[in-house]
Design a protein around this ligand. Structure first.
Ligand code: NAP
Length: 337
């Protein structure tokens, strides 16, 4: 358990990655009470310097000995590193907020979106998991609807930006775009197909059931966060040539009939959700508009005319902020509250 203090020693494992850098920025933006920042990454970036609160902090190499004196450890260095180093951090007395998928479905580990299920945090045993970036955006909008009308089934298709794969994928999209516009051959290292000017229906690895791990993460994590195993979820996850923000087309079927206006009213009251929905004025959220924003934006709210109790929604959220770094820092804020 975390001892209450005026300021905390905070470690960021994966501090030089797309998410880790944003974590450091958000800790500063939100004035998180940090006495010392421990920046950890691989040997590739050991010695790199990052700015935080008008000081320069040197990146050190992640090891089992990195966590002496650390109060809160934000992990964002991939699942394998979490499996290897999170136990050492917990043993050293830190509370870990893990951004990877390593512990999310462990029944002993709370899977938390603060606006949705903050109450489950109390049961943590040293590890709190941050959900998948696509799951966070979706449950932020669906939880208040579930409370009012009980969602029976969710059909979701995602349009996920390359930053969801990390910094190498951002470089790959930029590099391929520049190459193609200059009539040069492209390099493919991160994705199995060209990502520039393309859509790839393949995120994470394929499983025996034909779904990808990302698709099953969305189904399983959604049920865990909504605390309702009866909700049926089917997902198709697609990587698109967008740098930042994940967009999702979501169709839900509810027990209780809701009109589109009732859904707009429910979501207007939901914390961290912005209804941005006026098609006559061409108003609906896009990845470009939502980039860098903290809230989850919802538009194109309409009744599904093919079933009695169906609603369609278009949900956009910044995968690096609310989908990862911001949600983790919000969990840390709840820990010290
Ligand atoms: N990107 C997203 O939208 C998003 C959303 C939710 C969750 N996540 C999860 O967050 C984690 C990081 O994602 P990312 O997008 O930030 O990836 P990234 O840009 O590739 O960054 C990975 C980070 O992990 C570090 N790292 C890699 N191998 C390491 C090792 N052997 N020892 C120590 N550090 C090592 C890297 O350090 P170097 O710079 O030294 O290589 C870098 O700091 C992943 O688990 C991912 O699934 C990402």
């Amino acid at each position: 358990m975390l001892k209450k203090k005026d300021k905390y020693v905070v470690a960021v494992a994966g501090a030089t990655g797309a998410v880790g850098r944003e974590m450091v920025e958000i800790l500063q933006e939100r004035n998180f009470p940090v006495s010392e920042l421990v920046l950890l990454a691989s040997e590739n970036t050991e010695g790199e310097r990052l700015k935080f609160n008008d000081r320069t902090w040197v990146v050190k190499r992640l090891s089992e000995d990195s966590f002496k004196g650390v109060d809160i450890a934000l992990f964002s260095a991939g699942g394998e590193r979490s499996l290897e180093f999170v136990p050492a951090a917990v043993k050293a007395g830190a509370v870990v907020i893990d951004n990877s998928s390593a512990f999310r479905m462990d029944p002993k580990v709370p899977l938390v979106v603060p606006e949705v299920n903050v109450h489950v945090m109390a049961k943590h045993n040293g590890i709190i998991a941050n959900p998948n970036c696509s799951t966070i955006g979706m449950v932020m909008a669906l939880k208040p609807i579930h409370v009012k009308a009980r969602i029976r089934r969710i059909v979701v298709t995602t349009f996920q930006s390359v930053s969801g794969t990390g910094k190498k994928a951002i470089d790959e999209l930029a590099g391929q775009t520049v190459a193609l516009l200059n009539f040069r051959d492209i390099e493919k290292k991160v994705y199995p197909h060209q990502i520039a000017f393309n859509c790839i229906p393949h995120i994470d690895t394929f499983l025996d059931n034909g779904y990808t791990k990302e698709e099953m993460k969305m189904a399983n994590e959604t049920r865990k966060i909504l605390e309702d195993e009866s909700v049926r979820v089917t997902a198709t996850t697609v990587r698109v040539p967008v740098f930042r923000c994940h967009s999702e087309s979501v169709n839900i079927e509810t027990d209780v009939k809701l009109s589109a206006n009732e859904v707009r009213a429910i979501l207007s009251e939901a914390p961290g959700v912005i209804v941005y929905d006026d098609p006559k004025k061409d108003l609906y959220p896009t990845a470009i508009d939502v980039s860098g924003k903290d809230d989850v934006y919802v538009g194109r709210i309409r009744e599904d005319e093919s079933i009695p109790n169906g609603i369609n929604l278009w949900i956009v959220s910044d995968n690096i902020r609310k989908g990862a770094a911001l949600n983790a820092v919000q969990i840390a804020e709840e820990l010290i509250r």
